[in-house]
Design a protein around this ligand. Sequence first.
Ligand SMILES: Cc1cc2nc3c(=O)[nH]c(=O)nc-3n(C[C@H](O)[C@H](O)[C@H](O)COP(=O)(O)OP(=O)(O)OC[C@H]3O[C@@H](n4cnc5c(N)ncnc54)[C@H](O)[C@@H]3O)c2cc1C
Length: 438
Amino acid sequence: MQPVDSSRRRLLGGLASVSLAASLGTATAQAQARVRTNAHIVIVGSGLGGIAAANRLSRQLDGARITIVDKREAHFYQPGWTLVASGIWPADKTVDSNARYHPEGVEWVKENVAEFDPVANALVTESGQRISYDFLIVATGCQLNYGAIEGMDTSAIGQNGLGSVYHSVDAAAATWTAMDAFRKTGGRAVALMPHTPMKCAGAPVKMAFMLADRLREAGKLEQSSIRFYSGVGTVFGVPAYNELILDRFDTLGIGVEFNQRLASIDIGSRRATFVGAEGEKTEADYDFIHVVPPMSAPDAVRNSPLAWQDGNFAAGGWLEVDEKTLRHRRFPNVFGLGDVNGTRRGKTAATVKAGVPIVVTHLIEAINGQENSQQFNGYTSCPLIVREGSALLVEFDYEGNLVPSLPFVDPMQESYFAWVLKHRMLLPAYRAVLRGRA
Ligand SMILES: Cc1cc2nc3c(=O)[nH]c(=O)nc-3n(C[C@H](O)[C@H](O)[C@H](O)COP(=O)(O)OP(=O)(O)OC[C@H]3O[C@@H](n4cnc5c(N)ncnc54)[C@H](O)[C@@H]3O)c2cc1C
């Protein structure tokens, strides 16, 4: 890390507070009188959403019993993994511990939930422990379905030109190992995004941009080819950004194929097979591939009555919440936070940041027997890296309207500022969200 002189430190300090209101949303923690209750609140998932909610609830409630259920002890700053996979950050910068952020006094059941029984206001853990609740917050994030890709072996990430930033911190580091080896020779690269909703829908695109950037840096871009296979008809769900990304891809010589799902991969032969909308197969030989798996809600949610039963989100078993209140549509004592929600947009840390105060407010209103007072607009955001040192600050709502929170940042213009936000300021901002302070 470079030394920071005092004037730069002041600047970064000032910008860091701006950044809390920018890429991670605008809501602030409100000082409120503590509400007295003996309710038992169970939070499933000790990721960003679960811990942030636990911290806010334990500050705002007096007498509540709060239980977190999640077997994972490590905490990962997943937004940093694209930087790890591009050789910019060391992997350990994204690794932390859940215990460090849990508020005092919460119970932690170090197991995963196997079954939800919302009719009986209860859940069952993998060991068979049954836990009853008065209120439930589901914050289990996404499930990565690598198994849906025939021949895929996550233990091979980093070898044979196989990269995949999503799998884990080790896979992010191994992706860089594979990308670094590839850029020395150049050749045929394949990048892709799946047909399902996914966390940080910008990450597959960022990886394609960083691949081009690393090849350019090594002087191998001209003699290489990059093809981006999208599982849907766009490369980004917001039309203005879709156009902008396609323009930039064109400038960089990145070819795009639409409605192509990765069906199978032969890791040893470095051959990927995509299936098109009509079932037609296309084979792509590559020297480097960046795989993004299809995603769904975790099986425990997907196979439970809490999942959408029909409509667009039923196939992935996403949580059936009302998109404005983040409250379950059929079980009113259940709330959803973060990536697991079956809503039109919003699988980013920035969405969690904006959603946590709303869920906490609505849960406390429910304790008080009051109507829900707030409406979530679906705020979603991420700094879309286009090369090392430059990014676009992408912010939009459910309708796909651009909702820039910093008047001096043009949302359609890449900038060094948006890069600094990503590189220097969002990790402290993320930790403030975890602590329920932003
Ligand atoms: C490569 C990558 C890049 C990203 N880039 C950005 C970015 O630039 N900007 C941005 O805003 N966001 C980004 N994100 C997305 C961001 O990390 C997520 O949106 C955010 O972490 C979601 O928080 P969450 O609480 O919903 O889920 P998570 O933080 O993923 O936590 C889910 C928790 O639930 C637990 N869990 C799962 N199943 C069960 C079960 N059955 N029982 C109990 N516990 C369970 C898991 O162990 C985990 O601890 C990125 C993500 C990735 C992977």
